[in-house]
Ligand binder design. Sequence first.
Ligand SMILES: [Zn+2]
Length: 298
Amino acid sequence: MSVSMQCTLAKEVTASGIGLHSGKNVEMKIMPAPVDTGIVFCRSDLAHKPSARVTPQVVEISPLCTKVLSGEVDISTVEHLMAAFYGAGVDNAIVEVSASELPVFDGSSAAFLMLIDSVGVQKQSKPKRVIKVMKEVIVEDGDKIAMLKPDDHFSLTLELDFKHPVIPHQKCKFDGRPSYFRKELARARTFAMQRDVEKMQSMGLALGGGLDNAIVVGDFSVLNAEGLRHKDEFIRHKALDCIGDLFMVGHPILGAFVGSYTGHAMNNKLLCALMADENNYRFVEIPDTNDIYSSDAF
Ligand SMILES: [Zn+2]
């Protein structure tokens, strides 16, 4: 049986868009990279173009997003692109950005995925390395819990409770296959409470944030004229975020993720805990099919 090989983009692709924090235009270029490069972020606007490879250790959590912070490299809102890399099967790429944040596009992974699909991905000469969870790893903080358990398939079980009339308490299990992500999760947008957006903007934050790139939730209704893309779009976006956060480890994960009221900070703590002990995981090669990431039982 043939094994799944590492992949990169078939050629480079460029795009520009508004940055969530600055509200200013940001240029982005995603380029092919050799085997075992991983995902590397680079600041094209700084002298000598400093770069950093994504690992759980370079992740910094800000109130609004996940950022890559290593030396001079400081790039915010990377999680939706990381989820798109996972969904497209990309293991190796260099991402050049002309500012300290990625374009936010529509607040989901859809535009990133479309960009990658527009040039296609190319199989490379070494097998893909997948992290198989061998022991249960759990991190807790009050009632927040994030956990990875051994399983033959990648799945995400999530529970959220914002205690808000517009966002219901929900618990869902999602298939973790790239094919499922592409079809069911990639278009789910980020969301924010209207009162929080107003507060942040008065502090000079989230200046690019608005109805074009987030679901904005008022006290009693969603304010976007077009409504929701899925009736459970909020928890689907949380699943998208978890997929992006987990891919910061640089490899797909084979195991069951369980998160209650979890977010970027807890997900990063979980990855650090997973990788802190070599008995928790091992690298495996997988058959050349997406189906190994999940079961047909969903
Ligand atoms: Zn998000």
